[in-house]
Design a binder for this molecule. Structure first.
Ligand code: GLU
Length: 472
C-alpha cells in the first residue's frame, strides 16, 4: 500500500503537467498554480487514558488565488505530507471546475479512528483545531475544513465549538467549517451531496449520445450495471441514488471485510441496514462472496466506481478492468500509470476533480447559509406556495376541472432548503459536465476526460491570477 501512496502526489503532478502542456499559459504561471502555497505540519500531545500520545497532523493550503481555502480533514493511519499535498491540490481544481469561489486545501490527522473511542477522538479533534486557530489556519474567510475519509458531522461540530470558544463573538464563526450537523449550523443535503453529485455526473455522461456512441453503450442510466468499492458516505449514497433515481443495477460491493456479488442486483438500502446489524456485508442474502477481496477491479460491468481511497487502480491491476466507465468517486483512485492503460483500452475515466465535487459544492451552499444567517427557502417557500395555489385555483375556475390533493401539492409546493440544495447541485454538475465535455470532444489534442477537466480548471485559475495582476 505505502509505495502506491507515495506515488499519489507524483501522479497528480504528472496529470497536471500533461494537461498544462496542452495550454498556452506561461510556464511561470503554471508553476505557481501547481505549487502548494502553505504546508503546516504539526505534532501535538494528547492524553488518552493514562498515556500521552504524540499525534502527527497536517493542514495544506494549496492555492490562495481565492479565499477562503477549502477542503476536508482526513483521519487515517496512512496520512502523510505528500498525500495531504495531493488532496489539497485536487481541491483547487475541483473548486474551479464547479465554480466554487475558494482555493484548495486539505487536512490530515495520522490516526486510525477505529482505535479510539468518541471521547478520545473528541480530544484529538479539539486539540487539532486549537493548533489551526493558533497558526491562523482556520476561519470563515481564511480556511474552511469539512469532512473527509474518517470524519463526519460529529467531528465538524467539535471543530466549530472549539473555534467559537476561542473566537467568542465572531459574527460569522459558524462558517469556519462545513459539513456540520443540520441542527448545529449545517445544511440539509450535505451528507448525501458527494454521492448525489456522482450520480448527476454519471447521468449526464450516459445521457450524452456522442459519449455513449464512442463507448459502445446504450443511452441512459436505467439497467446500467455498477460495481462500487467502498460503502462509506460516498459509495453508499452513490449506490442508493443511482438505484432509486436512475434505476441502475449495483451488482457488487467491495468493503474492508470482502467483496460480494449478485448479478441480479443488490438492494443497497437493505445492504446498508444489513451491515449495520451484522457489522459486515458478507452473507448478505442472495449474494456470493468473492474469494479475493481485491477482485472487484475485474468484475465485468458498465460503470466501475472506486469510492474509497487513492491509488486503488494501479499499473498492476489496470489490465484486469472490464468496464467502459471508471467513475472516480474517491480522490485519486486511479494512478497516472493505470489511466494510460485504461485510456488505451478505450475506457473513459471520469475524473475525481469533477465527479466528486458535489461535496464541496454543497459545502459552499452551507458556508453561504452561515454568512447570511438564514435558512434557504425561509423567506420564499410560503410565498411561492400561496402564489402557486392562486394560479391553480384560477386555472381550475376557468376550465371547470378538478385536481386531487396529490396533484395540487405537486404543482404548488414551495421549495424547502433541501430542494434548493439539490437543485443547485444538479445545476452545477450539469453545467460543469458540459464545460468539460465540450473541451474533451472538440479539441483533438485532448485525449482523456481528466485532461479536459484540468484544462477547464486551469482556464479559470489562470484568469484569476491574471486579474490579481500577479501575472500580467
Ligand atoms: N472532503 C470533500 C472533498 O474531498 C469535501 C470538501 C469540502 O466540502 O470542503 O471534496
Amino acid at each position: 500500500m505505502s509505495h502506491k501512496q507515495d506515488a499519489f502526489y507524483a501522479s497528480v503532478i504528472r496529470n497536471f503537467d500533461k494537461a498544462a502542456a496542452l495550454t498556452e499559459y506561461p510556464s511561470g504561471l503554471l508553476e505557481q498554480i501547481k505549487a502548494c502555497n502553505a504546508v503546516y505540519q504539526m505534532k501535538f500531545p494528547v492524553k488518552l487514558g493514562d498515556n500521552y500520545e504524540v499525534i502527527e497532523a497536517y493542514r495544506v493550503q494549496h492555492s490562495h488565488h481565492r479565499l477562503p481555502t477549502k477542503g476536508g480533514i482526513r483521519f487515517s493511519h496512512l496520512v502523510n505530507q505528500e498525500e495531504v499535498m495531493a488532496l489539497a491540490s485536487l481541491m483547487t481544481f475541483k473548486c474551479a471546475i464547479v465554480d466554487v469561489p475558494f482555493g484548495g486545501a486539505k487536512g490530515g490527522v495520522k490516526v486510525s479512528p477505529r482505535k479510539y473511542n468518541a471521547e478520545q477522538l473528541e480530544k484529538i479533534t479539539r486539540r487539532y483545531t486549537v493548533e489551526l486557530v493558533r497558526k491562523n489556519f482556520i476561519g470563515p474567510g481564511i480556511d474552511v475544513p469539512a469532512p473527509d475519509y474518517g470524519t463526519g458531522p460529529r467531528e465538524m461540530a467539535w471543530i466549530l465549538d472549539t473555534y467559537q470558544q476561542m473566537k467568542n463573538g465572531e459574527l460569522d464563526s459558524a462558517g469556519c467549517v462545513t459539513g456540520k450537523p443540520v441542527h448545529q449550523n449545517g445544511i440539509r443535503g450535505r451528507t448525501e451531496a458527494t454521492g448525489r453529485g456522482v450520480y448527476y455526473g454519471l447521468r449526464e455522461l450516459v445521457n450524452n449520445k456522442h459519449a455513449m456512441k464512442e463507448l459502445g453503450l446504450d443511452i441512459g442510466m436505467a439497467g446500467k450495471t455498477m460495481v462500487i468499492q467502498g460503502l462509506g458516505n460516498v459509495g453508499s449514497y452513490t449506490g442508493l441514488i443511482s438505484q432509486e433515481e436512475g434505476d441502475a443495477k449495483v451488482i457488487a460491493i467491495s468493503e474492508i471485510e470482502g467483496t460480494i456479488l449478485d448479478k441480479k442486483g443488490l438492494d443497497i438500502k437493505k445492504l446498508i441496514a444489513y451491515r449495520k446489524e451484522h457489522g459486515s456485508i458478507l452473507g448478505f442474502p442472495g449474494s456470493k462472496t468473492l474469494e479475493n477481496r481485491d477482485d472487484w477491479v475485474g468484475i465485468e460491468c458498465d460503470i466501475l466506481v472506486p469510492a474509497a481511497l487513492e491509488s486503488q487502480i494501479h499499473k498492476d491491476n489496470a489490465a484486469d478492468v472490464k468496464t467502459k466507465i471508471v467513475a472516480e468517486a474517491a480522490n485519486g483512485p486511479v494512478t497516472a500509470d493505470a489511466e494510460e492503460i485504461l485510456v488505451k483500452k478505450g475506457v473513459l475515466v471520469m475524473a475525481d476533480m469533477y465527479l466528486n465535487a458535489g461535496g464541496v459544492t454543497v459545502s459552499y451552499f452551507e458556508w453561504l447559509k452561515n454568512l447570511s444567517h438564514i435558512r434557504f427557502g425561509r423567506m420564499s417557500k410560503r410565498f411561492d406556495q400561496n402564489a402557486n395555489n392562486n394560479l391553480v385555483d384560477m386555472v381550475l375556475r376557468l376550465t371547470g376541472k378538478t385536481l386531487s390533493q396529490k396533484e395540487r401539492d405537486l404543482l404548488t409546493k414551495g421549495a424547502d432548503e433541501v430542494d434548493l440544495v439539490r437543485s443547485g447541485l444538479e445545476e452545477t454538475m450539469v453545467n460543469s459536465f458540459n464545460q468539460i465535455y465540450e473541451i474533451y470532444a472538440s479539441r483533438d489534442k485532448v485525449k482523456d476526460f481528466r485532461s479536459a477537466a484540468f484544462i477547464s480548471a486551469l482556464d479559470k485559475v489562470a484568469s484569476d491570477y491574471m486579474t490579481l495582476g500577479v501575472f500580467p
